[in-house]
Design a protein around this ligand. Structure first.
Ligand code: FAD
Ligand code: NAP
Ligand code: SF4
Length: 677
């Protein structure tokens, strides 16, 4: 099959008149944190150049502020600062002269996180740290000039264009919505007045950079706000922005404060492109669409439907820098797919950590974590094919070691085989598909259904043994823990034991929440059915009321089970969940009627039920089933036996440390060890 022919639209060039994009695959903007660290320009250069070599047509950088009040991160407003960016633009153009790189201009407005933050009106965002300062006429003029100056500096720095973000609850978008723009002058009131600022920004940016420079406007095509923008306002704004010189319009689908998930793993693939499609019909300029487009066939289908002209993939390019070239060469089964977990990317951004990727720990670590060929090839036994063992085995094999990977189970994956059964976590299957392919491609000798003992390894001639045997569930030391109504989470997830109509879940960590999701779930998963997803989150894609959500009540189906999720801590239940996704799990379960209880002391379990003490009072929960999700302990018996027998072995993943273990840490630790093996 000729290269790329499975995706003819994705690999067709796009003529922009003064320039041309080599294909329709775009790496969308993501703040990685590299913008703000020492040596960040060199690290960004390596990060983006790797993606340019990976075949993407255009790259949009993370957001850069036009002035100090726009946000605390990197700023571009002087020729000296522009000179620092040259290393990035030159690295990308050297990697592939056909690849375009545009810089995003980000003015976070009321979300800037400093007392100097500014906005059209002094309205504090639900997620903002400060009440913004209302801009006066001179302040507005300054912001307009700073945008134009920033764009001119980006051109000086060698970028091929800029993207102006006009969505997400950042400065430009706060002018558009009545809730955040309460002005009565020419910048507020009617929609014509409210859109004056963003349109004027775009007019001045175009004026500053001249005609032969890409200028993209990112619009909130559906802002997901009660009382947000009406559809005719979205179209009016897009047309006005087009008229003042936007080369491309990029559709975005929410404000950060909106209570609708738009990129988490529970969102169906390409769920929002239908909104871009509607806008595309009203405009002449090319449209970019985005959100949960993580594989080339999804991108091609979006283009085939005519939903957009370009497809943006931001997180998928963290997960696999070579996504596009693998699609081009017909190697899509080798793509390390973004599973939309947010654990190492957005959760890091919102907790002030450098971004990376759960499935690819090299993301944003390109200069420090390399998988160079080993100086001497050795025979390595890896015991356990969970995320840690899989990562170790494949990185070591890629470096030239001869690896044998053992697992006691009949399939690879370890606990990922439990995770992938949870509705909303279907994407975890992709990680297992990737590892299966890599094991095959790299010639890892896979031995399934093999319980490893020191005796089994004897005489096999391994130079090194890596123990990745994972964890065992913690069994609380509690009277009645072996009572027939008690079920462990593994049996509950695998359906090996019946679960009654009334259930108490002991332990409200990630697994407690996942089990509650599984046993209260009814019908198809919203992650694979757009209509179910829309109903669950109160989105009206078809009629697009104000914000896409105004007046639409979420409707969540439930299995009808009466479930109580408990923990001993008195903190809010679910506090340990991911920063950017935890709220979606809490809200879903609350809507299904799951009760959440903190500060619970477990006393015993007997025929009367689960006996507890809460706030000094005894309380018995007469439930049919008690599911134990009380954390985990490292499974180290093999390691102990090996070391006792004098065999040198190393530990990775849950076997090394079970406390607060997740797949992000397991894969990262294993990859780093294998990188120096
Ligand atoms: P494991 O995955 O436990 O793998 C260990 C493997 O070793 C197993 O396959 C086992 O069969 C094998 N083994 C053990 N002893 C032997 C032996 N003697 N011989 C041969 N083989 C042996 N993490 C996240 O980051 N994000 C999530 O969203 C997430 N969701 C989860 C949902 C659920 C329901 C569960 C249960 C876990 C979830 N996790 C999640 C946690 C994640 O799966 C674990 O952190 C990760 O699997 C740990 O990897 P590991 O390789 O150390 O161990
Ligand atoms: P966890 O998040 O550490 O939660 C363990 C739960 O058990 C806590 O609620 C804890 O709270 C309780 N507990 C601990 N010791 C107990 C005891 N002796 N008796 C009774 N209760 C006890 O671990 P997990 O839920 O097992 O998840 C394992 C790992 O997988 C986690 O680190 C998590 O990050 C990861 N994971 C992530 C996700 C995700 O969506 N990101 C989903 C699933 C799993 P109290 O001590 O207050 O009772
Ligand atoms: Fe995707 Fe998760 Fe990696 Fe983020 S951390 S890029 S969501 S796989």
């Amino acid at each position: 099959m000729p290269s790329g022919s499975r995706y003819p639209l994705l690999f067709s060039p796009l003529d922009l008149g003064f320039t041309r994009l080599k294909n329709r695959a775009l790496m969308g903007s993501m703040h990685t944190g590299l913008e703000d660290v020492p040596g960040g320009f060199e690290r960004q250069a390596a990060f983006f150049a790797e993606r340019a070599r990976g075949g993407v047509g255009m790259i949009i950088t993370g957001g850069i502020a036009p002035n100090r009040e726009a946000g605390g991160g990197a700023k571009l407003s002087t020729p000296e600062e522009a000179a620092q960016h040259r290393i990035v633009t030159e690295a990308v153009h050297a990697a592939d002269p056909e690849v375009k790189i545009c810089m995003q201009i980000l003015h976070t407005g009321p979300l800037a996180g400093t007392p100097e933050c500014v906005a059209p009106s002094a309205v504090r965002s639900r997620i903002g740290r400060f009440t913004p300062n209302e801009l006066d006429e001179a302040g507005i003029e300054k912001q307009l000039n700073d945008f134009a100056n920033c764009a001119a500096m980006a051109k000086l720095a060698g970028y091929d264009g800029v993207e102006v973000i006009g969505s997400a609850g950042y400065l430009l978008s706060t002018f558009l919505v009545e809730k955040t723009n309460q002005r009565t002058d020419q910048w507020g009131g009617s929609f014509e007045n409210r859109m004056r600022f963003p349109v004027e920004v775009m007019r001045r940016v175009r004026e500053a950079v001249g005609p032969d420079f890409i200028v993209i406007f990112r619009i909130a095509a559906m802002d997901m706000l009660e009382g947000g923008m009406a559809w005719d306002e979205v179209v009016t704004l897009a047309k006005a922005v087009e008229a003042v010189g936007a080369t491309i319009i990029s559709t975005h689908f929410c404000w950060h404060e909106a209570q609708v998930p738009t990129i988490a793993t529970m969102v169906p693939r390409a769920a929002f492109t239908q909104v871009t499609s509607r806008l595309r019909k009203a405009l002449k300029v090319p449209l970019i669409t985005s959100n949960r487009i993580n594989m080339p066939d999804v991108a091609e289908a979006v283009l085939e439907r005519g939903d957009a002209d370009l497809v943006s993939m931001a997180r998928p390019m963290l997960a696999d820098p070579d996504l596009v070239v693998k699609a081009l060469e017909g190697r899509e089964d080798e793509i390390n797919t973004c599973i939309a977990c947010n654990q190492a990317c957005l959760d890091h951004t919102f907790t002030g950590q450098l971004v990376s990727c759960l499935v690819n720990p090299r993301a944003c670590r390109e200069t420090e974590l390399t998988y160079a060929p080993a100086t001497q090839s050795r025979r390595i036994a890896v015991v356990g094919a969970g995320p840690a063992g899989l990562a170790y085995a494949t990185v070591a094999a890629q470096r030239g070691h001869k690896v044998t990977l053992f697992d006691a189970g009949g399939e690879i994956g370890g606990q990922f085989n439990l995770a992938r059964r949870i509705p909303g976590k279907e994407e975890f299957n992709e990680t297992l598909r990737y590892y299966r392919r890599m094991i095959d491609k790299l010639g890892v000798d896979l031995r399934l259904n093999t319980q490893v003992t020191p005796d089994l390894l004897k005489g096999m001639g391994f130079d090194e043994v890596v123990v990745a045997t994972g964890i065992e569930p913690r069994k609380p030391d509690l009277e009645g823990i072996d009572h027939p109504r008690v079920v462990g989470y593994i049996d509950a997830i695998l359906g090996r034991r019946p679960i009654g109509k009334t259930v108490a879940i002991m332990g409200a960590g990630g697994i407690g929440f996942d089990v509650a999701e599984l046993i209260t779930h009814e019908g198809p998963s919203g992650a694979t059915d757009i209509d179910v997803f829309a109903r669950e989150w109160g989105i009206d894609f078809k009629n697009h009321p104000r914000g896409g959500v105004t007046g639409v009540k979420p409707q969540v189906a439930t299995s009808g089970r009466d479930v109580i999720l408990m923990q001993r801590k008195s903190d809010a239940v679910g506090r340990s969940l991911g920063r950017t996704t935890g709220w979606t799990h809490r809200l879903t379960l609350q809507r299904r009627g799951v009760r959440m209880l903190g500060g619970v002391e477990y006393v015993k379990i007997d025929d009367a039920g689960l006996h507890t003490r809460i706030g000094g009072e005894d309380k018995v929960f007469d439930v049919d089933t008690v599911i134990v999700c009380a954390g985990q302990l490292p499974l180290r018996s093999l390691y102990d036996e090996l070391t006792a027998a004098g065999v040198k072995a190393s530990l990775v993943g849950g076997a090394f440390e079970a406390m607060e273990l997740d797949a992000k840490r397991a894969i990262d630790q294993a990859s780093r060890l294998a990188a120096v093996a």
